[in-house]
Design a protein around this ligand. Structure first.
Ligand code: MSP
Length: 517
C-alpha cells in the first residue's frame, strides 16, 4: 500500500506534462483520466489530494512547430496549452493545478535546482559528441542507433560535437539499482521494473543537460552560463517539484512530497525511472512512491500518435456518447500496463452492453417498477434475513474496490467487481419476478422487501461509481435523493435509504444513439 495512504498524509498524483506541439488525443486523455480516477478515489477514501497536470513548452521541437506555423513561439505555446486546459475542463478532470514550464514559478525552481547541483559538483562542463534526433530531442550513442537512425522514431540523426554541461548520472547508478531492488513496487508494473533493471546493467552515461543558445534558444538559460539553455527533459521533470514550491516554501513542499504516483506511458518511463530518481537523490529528496507506466493506445495496429496521424479525438467520443462512456471504456478495456486497441466500434460496443444494457436498463426498470407497484414511494423492508447474499455482496464492494485500487493499482478490476454486482442485481430481478409478486396481495410484503433491497443496491452502485464515472454517479444519487459528494463511508453499512421517500424516474442514463440524435 502507498505509504501516504498508510500514514494518512495527502496524496500527490501527477500526469506527464504534455508537449504543446499538437492537440491532445485519446492517448493523452487516457493518462489524465487514469490519474483523475486515482485522485478521485483517494478523495473518496477521505484523503487530501493534490493532482497536478500541465504542459511542457520548451525545446527544439516546439520552437520548430511554431516557426512552421509562422507564429511567435510564446503565442503558439499559449494557444496549444489552452487546448489541453480546455479539454481537461470539458472532461471534468479534477486537477488542483496546471503547470506550464514557461511560467516564472517553474523557471525559478529550475534555477534553484541547477544552482544546487552545480554547487555540489554534480553538473560539469564537457564535450558532447553524439547523434542527435531532433523530433525526439535525444542524443544517442553510435551503438544505440539503428542503421544510423533514431532507435525510437526511426528517423535520421545528425552527428554533433559541442561544449555542453553534464549531469553526473553515472555516479548514482549503483545507488539506483539498489534502490529499485529494495523497493519492489517502485516501478509498476513489474515487467517494466525488469526492463529498467536490465537497461541499468549497461554503464549509465552522464546526461548532457544543456544546448548552446546559438543552436536552440527556446529553453531556460542556465543560471551559471547564459550561453546555454537547459535540455528540455531536465527542465520538464522539475515540474513535479516546482508546482509544490520546492526551495520556496518548505512547509508547503513537505506537505505533498514525496509524490504518491507519477503516471505516464512506457515511452517516457526511462526518464521517470532513471533520470528523475537520480535527480531527486542528488538533491537529497525522497523518492516518489510509485512510478507507473501504462501501455499505448493503438489504432490500426500502431501507437496512436500525431506523427503517424492515427489519432482519435476525445471530443468526438463525448459528442457521440458522453464523457463517462469515454472514462469507462478507457479504464475497462485494458489491463494497466498493456497496450489497448482503440476503435469507435469498440467504444460503441461497451456503451451498448455494459452501460446502456447492464447499468442503464437496471436503473430504468427499477424506477419503472417502483412507480408501477408503489406509486414511486420506497417501501419499508420487513424481513431482515432475506437477501443475505445481496447485502453481503454490497458490503463487500468497498473493500474489494479499495483492494483493487490501493493494493493492485487496477481500476479495471474495480470496475469488474462493480459490474459483477450489477449483474447480480439484474439476475435478482429475473429470479424474483416482481411482476408475479405484484399480482397476488399475499406477496405484498415480499414485493416490498424486494423493492427496498433493489433500491438500496442501486445506492451502493451509485456510490461505488463516484470515482470512476462521476456524472453517472451524480445522476443516480440525485434520483435516489442522496448527497452527491460522498465517500466510501456511505457504503460501509446497509440501509442508507429511508423508506417513504417518493422517487421520480429520470431520463435514460445512456440513451440509444438514435435517441440522442
Ligand atoms: N513532455 C513529455 C513529458 C514530460 S513529463 C515530465 C512528453 N510529452 S507527450 O506529449 O509526448 O506525452 C507523452 C505521454 O502522453 C505518454 O507518456 C502518455 O502519458 C500520453 N500518451 C501519448 N500518446 C499515447 C498513446 N498512444 N497511448 C497511451 N498514452 C499516450 O512525453
Amino acid at each position: 500500500m502507498a505509504a501516504s495512504l498508510k500514514k494518512n498524509r495527502p496524496c500527490y498524483v501527477t500526469t506527464p506534462i504534455y508537449y504543446v506541439n499538437a492537440k491532445p488525443h485519446i492517448g493523452h486523455a487516457y493518462t489524465t483520466i487514469l490519474c483523475d480516477t486515482f485522485a478521485r478515489f483517494y478523495r473518496f477514501l477521505g484523503h487530501e489530494v493534490y493532482f497536478l497536470t500541465g504542459t511542457d513548452e520548451h525545446g527544439e521541437k516546439i520552437e520548430k512547430t511554431a516557426q512552421q506555423q509562422g507564429v511567435p513561439t510564446i503565442e503558439y505555446v499559449d494557444q496549444v496549452s489552452e487546448r489541453f486546459r480546455a479539454l481537461w475542463n470539458d472532461l471534468g478532470i479534477t486537477h488542483d493545478d496546471f503547470i506550464r514550464t514557461t511560467e516564472q514559478r517553474h523557471i525559478e525552481v529550475v534555477h534553484c535546482v541547477l544552482q544546487q547541483l552545480h554547487a555540489k559538483g554534480d553538473i560539469y562542463l564537457g564535450k558532447y559528441k553524439g547523434w542527435y534526433c531532433t523530433p525526439c530531442e535525444t542524443f544517442w550513442t553510435q551503438s544505440q542507433l539503428e542503421k544510423g537512425n533514431c532507435p525510437d522514431c526511426k528517423r535520421p540523426t545528425q552527428e554533433l560535437e559541442e561544449d555542453n554541461y553534464f549531469f553526473k548520472m553515472s555516479k548514482y547508478q549503483d545507488w539506483l539499482i539498489d534502490y529499485i531492488k529494495a523497493h519492489e513496487r517502485f516501478i509498476v508494473p513489474q515487467s517494466k521494473e525488469k526492463e529498467v533493471l536490465s537497461f541499468l546493467k549497461e554503464p549509465l552515461e552522464d546526461l548532457c543537460i544543456s544546448r548552446p543558445i546559438a543552436r536552440m534558444a527556446w529553453g531556460i538559460p542556465l543560471p551559471f552560463n547564459a550561453d546555454h539553455v537547459l535540455y528540455v527533459w531536465f527542465d520538464a521533470l522539475i515540474n513535479y517539484i516546482s508546482a509544490i514550491k520546492y526551495g520556496k516554501d518548505n512547509e508547503y513542499f513537505n506537505k505533498y512530497w514525496p509524490a504518491t504516483i507519477h503516471f505516464m506511458a512506457k515511452d517516457i518511463l526511462r526518464q521517470h525511472a532513471i533520470y528523475w530518481p537520480i535527480m531527486l537523490h542528488a538533491l537529497g529528496l525522497e523518492m516518489p512512491e510509485y512510478v507507473l507506466a501504462h501501455g499505448y493506445w493503438t489504432m490500426e495496429g500502431a501507437k496512436m500518435s500525431k506523427s503517424v496521424g492515427n489519432i482519435a479525438d476525445p471530443y468526438d467520443v463525448i459528442a457521440a456518447f458522453n464523457r463517462d462512456t469515454l472514462r469507462y471504456f478507457l479504464l475497462k478495456e485494458v489491463r494497466l500496463g498493456l497496450d489497448g486497441a482503440y476503435a469507435d466500434e469498440y467504444v460503441a460496443g461497451r456503451f451498448a452492453t455494459d452501460l446502456a444494457n447492464d447499468l442503464g436498463n437496471l436503473i430504468h426498470r427499477s424506477f419503472s417498477m417502483l412507480e408501477k407497484y408503489k406509486g414511486g414511494v420506497l417501501p419499508k423492508a420487513h424481513a431482515d434475513d432475506t437477501y443475505g447474499p445481496i447485502k453481503k455482496a454490497a458490503l463487500a464492494l468497498g473493500p474489494a474496490i479499495s483492494e483493487a485500487m490501493v493494493e493492485k493499482l487496477d481500476p479495471r478490476e474495480a470496475l469488474t467487481v462493480l459490474w459483477e454486482f450489477i449483474g447480480m442485481i439484474n439476475k435478482l430481478i429475473e429470479d424474483t419476478k416482481p411482476w408475479t409478486l405484484a399480482k397476488d396481495p399475499a406477496h405484498a410484503a415480499a414485493l416490498e422487501d424486494f423493492l427496498y433491497v433493489l433500491f438500496e443496491s442501486l445506492r451502493f452502485i451509485a456510490v461505488t461509481l463516484v470515482p470512476f464515472m462521476p456524472d453517472t454517479a451524480e445522476k443516480i444519487l440525485e434520483l435516489l435523493q442522496q448527497e452527491t459528494t460522498c465517500t466510501i463511508d456511505e457504503i460501509r453499512t446497509w440501509g442508507g435509504l429511508k423508506a417513504g421517500i417518493k422517487l421520480e424516474k429520470g431520463d435514460p442514463l445512456f440513451p440509444k444513439l438514435e435517441e440522442k440524435k
